[in-house]
Design a binder for this molecule. Structure first.
Ligand code: ACO
Length: 452
């Protein structure tokens, strides 16, 4: 959606009537033919299909738009997440991220994102019960994870085990049955931490830990990651809450790469586990879920805060980027980065200060005063401080995108269900501009000439 509109803008009747009065329209003149076309403007948008009437000859295909990477194309209407990148605003179902991070918890926020409203006490109890009683995975899943090489990346293992869920729950393909969808949503949100923890335990050579449903969602995840010989693992409450807040901050971010993958793959009407595996794969990429690891590597390279001015100079000369700065949508301070910066102080009180924090603070201080960064509207994004917290909490860097995937799961399933119920949606299938050969005849192998 264009960022200028709030989610309620999905109601279009008033605008339709204004269009009939001739106000909400765009007139396009095709200079090839001199013909004029009147297009309805709805939510500051014209419909790409309306352009197809623009033709030079009757048998022309008609006009399309060319938009690599979907820089300016709204592929859906949504009422879930609102972002105003210029003002640094992020809201789930209208609630500011800052309020949710302060007052809500991850499962309550997940309910809000999926069902559109905050739960009542009874709804919340039922919801938490349903998620926490779907945390166990089939015993065969352990054998499946055992099959991975000892140094397999946990994100690679997670992609495969999420996809494997579809083989255990074959009923999941009944995607048009609302009660079936509901069950798969419980399963995905419930089992994601278990699969993530199994991947981690396999990579460190420790036995898998079964979920403990008496604990909180984040507490149980820490239990499955870190429990050793104690009878009952007790997470540190500050770290448990910090992890829960980090999950809230990652829960949805409208039509990002992994969410678009979930929608696109889901639009073929495959089961949600297969679609979520595709979304997890999209998140694995360093341009999406892997940037916080790059921030840590950068801080390691800089080594000391005294080296920051020299590093900034290199960045300005085009030799490298300031990782964790800049965002395709935010042209202001990423609101999630603000919350994380505050959270870092609480975490470091428990874990001890991550020595890299001083370098990060100095980088931020210098960059925010520097004309290069000001002019380009480059501010810290969510990844600038999150890696420092994860590292202080003892997570290896390979686990960073895995944590992101757990947090993003409610967003994926909410967007998937919204797509399925949207009567305007069909199987996703972009167009192309074909610039290859025109028709030509097959040449027998003996007659082909060697290319230079
Ligand atoms: N450091 C230095 N310069 C930068 C940075 C940066 N981090 N980001 C952008 N710029 C500069 C570019 O060089 C360009 O300058 P120019 O106009 O002189 O050529 C200008 O700012 C615009 O940059 P683009 O690359 O066009 O911006 P885009 O919106 O395509 O990129 C991106 C956004 C990929 C996030 C970019 O800012 C970046 O690479 N940041 C560092 C990596 C990072 O932190 N990624 C995490 C994003 S958050 C997330 O995915 C969860």
């Amino acid at each position: 959606m264009p960022n200028a509109k709030a989610p309620q803008a999905i109601e279009t009747n008033d605008q339709a009537s204004t269009f009939l009065n001739g106000k909400n329209s765009l007139t396009i003149t095709d200079n090839r033919t001199g013909k004029q076309y009147d297009m309805r403007i709805e939510n500051d948008t014209i419909r790409a299909m309306d352009l197809r009437q623009i033709k030079v000859k009757d048998d022309d295909f008609g006009m399309m738009t060319y938009d690599p990477a979907f820089m300016n194309t709204a592929a859906c209407k949504s009422t879930i997440t609102y972002i105003d990148g210029d003002k640094g605003i992020l809201r789930y179902r209208g609630y500011p991220i800052e309020q949710l991070a302060e007052k809500s918890n991850f499962l309550e926020t997940a309910y809000l994102i999926i069902y559109g409203e905050l739960p009542t006490k009874t709804e919340n109890e039922e919801w938490v019960y349903n998620i926490m009683t779907h945390t166990l995975v089939h015993e065969n899943m352990k054998k499946f994870v055992d099959g991975f090489h000892y140094d397999a990346h946990p994100m690679g293992m997670l992609i495969c085990s999420v996809a494997a869920l579809s083989t255990f729950y074959t009923d999941a393909k009944n995607i048009m049955d609302p009660s079936c969808r509901k069950l798969q949503i419980f399963r995905l949100i419930g089992k994601m931490p278990t699969l993530a923890a199994f991947a981690y335990r396999h990579s460190v050579g420790r036995p898998y830990v079964y979920p403990d449903n008496d604990m909180s969602y984040a507490g149980n995840f820490l239990n499955m990651l870190l429990k050793t010989t104690e009878l009952k693992y007790k997470p540190n409450p500050v770290l448990e809450r910090a992890l829960d807040v980090l999950f809230i901050l990652h829960a949805d971010h409208e039509q990002n790469c992994s969410t678009s993958a979930m929608r696109n793959v889901g639009s073929s009407h495959v089961d949600p586990f297969s679609a979520a595996a595709a979304a997890t794969a999209a998140l694995y990429g360093p341009l999406h879920g892997g940037a916080n690891e790059a921030v840590l590597n950068m801080l390691d390279e800089i080594r000391h805060k005294n080296n920051v001015p020299a590093f900034i100079k290199e960045v300005k000369e085009g030799r490298g980027r300031l990782m964790g700065f800049g965002h395709r949508v935010y042209k202001n301070y990423d609101p999630r980065a603000k919350v994380i910066k505050h959270l870092a102080d609480e975490v470091f009180e428990v874990t001890g200060r991550n020595p890299k924090l001083d370098i990060a603070l100095e980088l931020e201080r210098i960059a925010l005063e520097d004309e290069y960064f000001i002019k380009r509207k480059l501010y810290p994004n969510v990844d600038f401080y999150s890696g420092l917290i994860y590292q202080a909490m003892g997570f290896p860097v390979e686990m960073f995108p895995v944590l992101f995937a757990i947090g993003r799961t409610p967003g994926w399933v909410a967007q998937w269900e919204e797509m399925l119920l949207d009567t305007e949606q069909k199987i996703a299938r972009p167009r192309q501009i074909y610039l290859g050969h025109d028709t030509r005849d097959y040449t027998m192998m003996g007659k082909r000439t060697q290319k230079a």
